[in-house]
Design a protein around this ligand. Structure first.
Ligand SMILES: Cc1cc2nc3c(=O)[nH]c(=O)nc-3n(C[C@H](O)[C@H](O)[C@H](O)COP(=O)(O)OP(=O)(O)OC[C@H]3O[C@@H](n4cnc5c(N)ncnc54)[C@H](O)[C@@H]3O)c2cc1C
Length: 493
């Protein structure tokens, strides 16, 4: 087996060309019920009991914050992927944790089966430095003779024999030329929830009508890209506080960073995290809502640019706020019913695909109701004594786009939810796993693409639904698992 850039079973990382915005990633696996559901959908080998050993195998957990709640039965040490807490804990975090306790939520290790409750964020950093898939798993083994990493290469399509349905090669561009990598046994695509479906579609694996429309010969008719699932996040709740963190010279922050502490070492900046069950989730102890406290609010202009907010919206939500003493609480719908899609714009590999998140589109409006319940909960949480001690005060001015509604009435919040609900960059499920390709599945429980002899997909695109966690930790688990599936197939386990 050869590994080509972007076709290796590891998650986003600098070494393989992924995006790098925050310093570390929040490490959130999901609830045991997620994986039992995954298995019960006809995917043997993916229950919580099956996958927990893989989560633990890759983990190198450091309890560097003695006050953080931890259940050691669910953590591993000695793996490649470092997990630790950001230091030092902030006063915002203390207020968040105390406020949760005031409302009856316990402090919990959310990566144990007791996910509901609040905690400091477990993050993928090592002594405060980003520990992503590339730096954790690839850099330490770069000198292995059976591994070749070619950065700056771009996979453009698979060459599949129409008769045998076997992948004969992977075409990629490198230094201005097209090359082909030929597999001895099989090919594994790990290009992520957007690019994996794009590559399959470009190679003739996808819905036949769409391929016909793109003038791509159909090799295998499968629902590639027909389902895009994500966590939607409401960004509109900003609060002032009496905490003042005056800016320091850059050199001070760098000095702190070198010691593994301080603002440059935080993921996000996600300070604290909480998981909750709304009235819409009927399975006992199964969270469907997440809150993240972001402090201080240094990310405001970043979001303006990222999401393309106009000046009116930006001014109403962030305008005039002292970023050094304010915080936000983001609300995440974990089990979104709305389903989007990834399609090709053209049959050129150099065109970006068309991504339709299709948020808040479910016919019964459950997704918006979950987020609305989240807003009500945050307003209650920030009215606790714990938040009063830091002078928490809701800041936003009514959005001009929602001026027809009485400010902060239910109708107003629904309008605001439709203005300020965006992606949290957790796309999954575009090549979903399932037992039957006639019901939309693209890969089977061994991650093999239906109808193709020697092709697997191993990344976030195979999730059958959004989990109660963030996708990176489960992607690492998938990487661990696919290694064993391969060894099993070739009697090396
Ligand atoms: C800003 C941001 C913040 C996030 N924060 C968190 C977080 O805190 N916690 C968390 O759990 N998740 C987080 N995520 C999500 C998480 O990063 C992804 O879910 C995860 O990385 C998905 O892993 P993957 O292996 O499916 O794909 P990716 O990590 O996207 O890996 C795909 C790789 O394939 C390469 N590639 C794609 N196409 C090609 C091609 N044609 N040729 C060659 N190479 C190609 C890409 O460059 C990339 O390196 C965040 C995402 C973003 C964007």
């Amino acid at each position: 087996m050869r590994i080509v850039n972007g076709t290796c079973p590891f998650p986003r990382g600098k070494a393989v060309g992924g995006t790098t915005i925050s310093n570390g990633l929040a490490y959130v696996r999901g609830h045991p019920i997620d994986f039992d559901r995954w298995s019960d959908m006809g995917n043997p080998g993916w229950s919580y009991e099956d996958v927990l050993p893989y989560f633990k195998k890759s983990e190198d957990f450091h309890r560097n914050n003695p006050l953080a709640p931890v259940d050691f039965n669910y953590h591993g040490t000695g793996g490649y992927l470092s997990v630790e807490y950001h230091l030092p804990p902030s006063r915002y975090l203390a207020a968040f944790l105390n406020a949760n306790q005031e409302l009856g939520y316990k402090l919990t290790d959310y990566n144990s089966p007791e996910q509901i409750g609040a905690s400091p964020v477990q993050q993928n950093t090592k002594h405060g430095r980003r520990a992503d898939g590339g730096s954790a798993f690839i850099l330490p083994i770069l000198n292995r003779t059976n591994l070749k990493v070619m950065t700056d290469s771009f996979v453009i399509k698979l060459h599949i024999n129409e008769d045998t349905k076997k992948v004969a090669g992977v075409y990629f561009s490198y230094k201005g030329k097209i090359h082909i990598a030929k597999p001895r046994k099989e090919v594994i695509i790990s290009a992520g929830a957007i690019s994996s479906p794009q590559l399959l579609l470009l190679s003739g694996i996808g819905p036949k009508d769409h391929l016909n429309e793109m003038q791509i010969p159909v090799i295998q008719n499968l629902e590639v890209g027909s389902t895009l699932r994500d966590h939607s996040q409401y960004y509109g709740l900003t609060f002032a506080s009496n905490i003042s963190l005056p800016s320091q010279p850059l050199s001070n922050y760098i000095e702190e960073y070198l010691k593994g502490v301080g603002p440059f070492t935080i993921s996000g900046p996600n300070d604290g995290i909480g998981f909750y069950q709304t009235s819409f989730e009927k399975t006992a102890n199964y969270p469907d809502l997440e809150l993240v406290i972001i402090s201080p609010n240094a990310t405001s202009t970043f979001f303006k640019d990222t999401f393309g907010w106009n000046d009116d919206t930006y001014d109403a939500t962030w305008g005039g706020i002292d970023v050094s003493s304010s915080f936000s609480i983001y609300i995440i719908n974990l089990h979104q019913l709305s389903v989007g899609s990834v399609k090709l714009k053209s049959n050129s590999p150099y065109d970006y695909p068309l991504i339709d998140a299709n948020f808040l589109s479910d016919p019964n409006n459950r997704d918006i109701q979950v987020l609305y319940e989240g807003i009500q909960f945050v307003l209650k949480l920030t009215a606790t004594d714990a938040f009063k001690t830091i002078g928490a005060k809701f800041q936003a001015k009514p959005l001009p786009a929602c001026k027809e509604f009485e400010a902060f009435s239910k109708d107003y919040w629904y309008c605001s939810l439709r203005q300020l609900t965006f992606d949290v960059y957790h796309p999954v499920g575009t090549c979903p796993m399932g037992p039957d390709s006639n019901s939309g599945a693209v890969v089977d429980n061994k991650l093999k693409v239906y109808g193709i002899t020697n092709l697997r997909v191993a990344d976030s695109s195979v999730f059958p639904f959004t989990l109660s966690g963030h996708p990176n930790a489960p992607c690492v688990m998938i990487g661990e698992k696919v290694s064993d599936l391969i060894k099993e197939q070739y009697n090396r386990l």
